[in-house]
Write a protein that binds this ligand. Structure first.
Ligand code: SAM
Length: 326
């Protein structure tokens, strides 16, 4: 990639003009100054907060492109700039190739943030313990949905459970603490599989964790799933835990879960209604998916997301689904 070399004399306004003209910048000055320029670029191209969903996504994609156009030089997991922190552990954990060469500073800061979060972990009240997310794995920093799973009465005599799309392994851990004896957790993201295995081992939870699309072999008394909740194309690999293109995972889960339940079993679907608020899916379409999967709604419990970016009126539901017509 042809770079335009820039240093501490560069201003954010000029950097923005150069990027908008199609240049990719390679910073050769001080690392901390590069961070400040990136923050200043971010203020000049703020995250979109208004307009239609499609318009916001278009502007967000452009924002990501602009902020990813400032590179720093890297050799063997070392950024060769003044005042650069030691990034070797963070890069190794995130799987940054050893010979990556120059990297977008924005991505590198994501790698650093993920390393810090993994080290300190997230306290999850429903577990009364800490979960340590890995880079690229959905972090339960908004964990009110975990309270739903911790409080929902278990199906009578439930001894086996599947956690589909387990991420950090959080929901599997909660089910184990509630007395489920045999647990199988799956995810199609290899980073999530490694992360869940590590968390479950640390929490002394005995569970099988498999890298697979949706279901493991066999059946279970309880099958839980907290799928990505926005049916739209992910902009980055890191978006995949939140954005589900065409609602593929949700559709796949609801279309098959009935066949994977033991007699008397239940499926728990955890789903924010943000897609409905954004006009991307109607409640009628969701109910039609339940019906198409041969499922009836046996109950629904809701909670309001507490995180600062939650929309007014947004709720997360635990849909308790059982085989049968509506
Ligand atoms: C919203 S996150 C939920 C993670 C975790 N269960 C939790 O509640 O914190 C959705 C997860 O589903 C996984 N996923 C997406 N599509 C999948 C598929 N087809 N099969 C298995 N897992 C999938 C993602 O990798 C991600 O870890």
């Amino acid at each position: 990639m042809p770079f335009l070399t820039v240093d501490d004399r560069m201003t954010a306004d000029r950097a923005l003009r150069l990027i908008r003209r199609g240049h990719t910048l390679l910073w050769t000055g001080d690392f901390q100054n590069a961070r400040q320029i990136l923050a200043a670029l971010g203020r000049r191209v703020p995250a979109p907060r208004d307009g239609s969903f499609a318009d916001q996504r278009r502007r967000q994609a452009e924002r990501v492109r602009i902020l990813s156009s400032l590179f720093v030089p890297m050799t063997g997991h070392r950024v060769t700039l003044r005042r650069s922190p030691d990034l070797r552990t963070a890069c190794r954990e995130a799987g940054v190739p050893h010979d990556a060469g120059p990297v977008p500073l924005r991505e590198l800061l994501g790698v650093i943030g993920a390393h810090q979060l993994r080290r300190r972990g997230v306290h999850v009240p429903a577990l009364n313990d800490r979960i340590h997310p890995h880079y690229g794995v959905f972090a339960p920093t908004r964990s009110e949905y975990a309270d739903l799973v911790a409080q929902q009465p278990l199906p009578a005599g439930a001894g086996t459970a599947f956690d589909i799309g387990t991420g950090t392994g959080l929901l599997a851990a909660i089910l184990a603490r509630r007395g489920i004896r045999r647990l199988v957790a799956t995810d199609n993201n290899p980073r999530a599989v490694a992360c869940a295995r590590e968390n479950l081992e640390r929490l002394a939870v005995s569970a099988e964790v498999l890298e697979t699309d949706l279901f493991p072999p066999g059946r279970a008394d309880l099958i839980v799933c907290n799928p990505p909740w926005i049916p739209a194309t992910p902009l980055t690999a890191l978006d995949r835990a939140v954005y589900d293109e065409d609602g593929r995972m949700l559709r796949g889960f609801l279309g098959t879960v009935r066949e994977r339940l033991e007699p008397g079993g239940e499926a728990w679907l955890i789903l924010s209604d943000l897609a409905e608020l954004l006009g991307l899916r109607s409640r009628g379409e969701l109910v039609a998916m339940f019906q198409a999967g041969g499922l009836r709604v046996a109950g629904r419990t809701s909670v309001e997301p507490r995180h600062r970016r939650a929309r007014d009126g947004e709720v997360t539901d635990l849909w308790q689904l059982r085989p049968g017509g509506c």
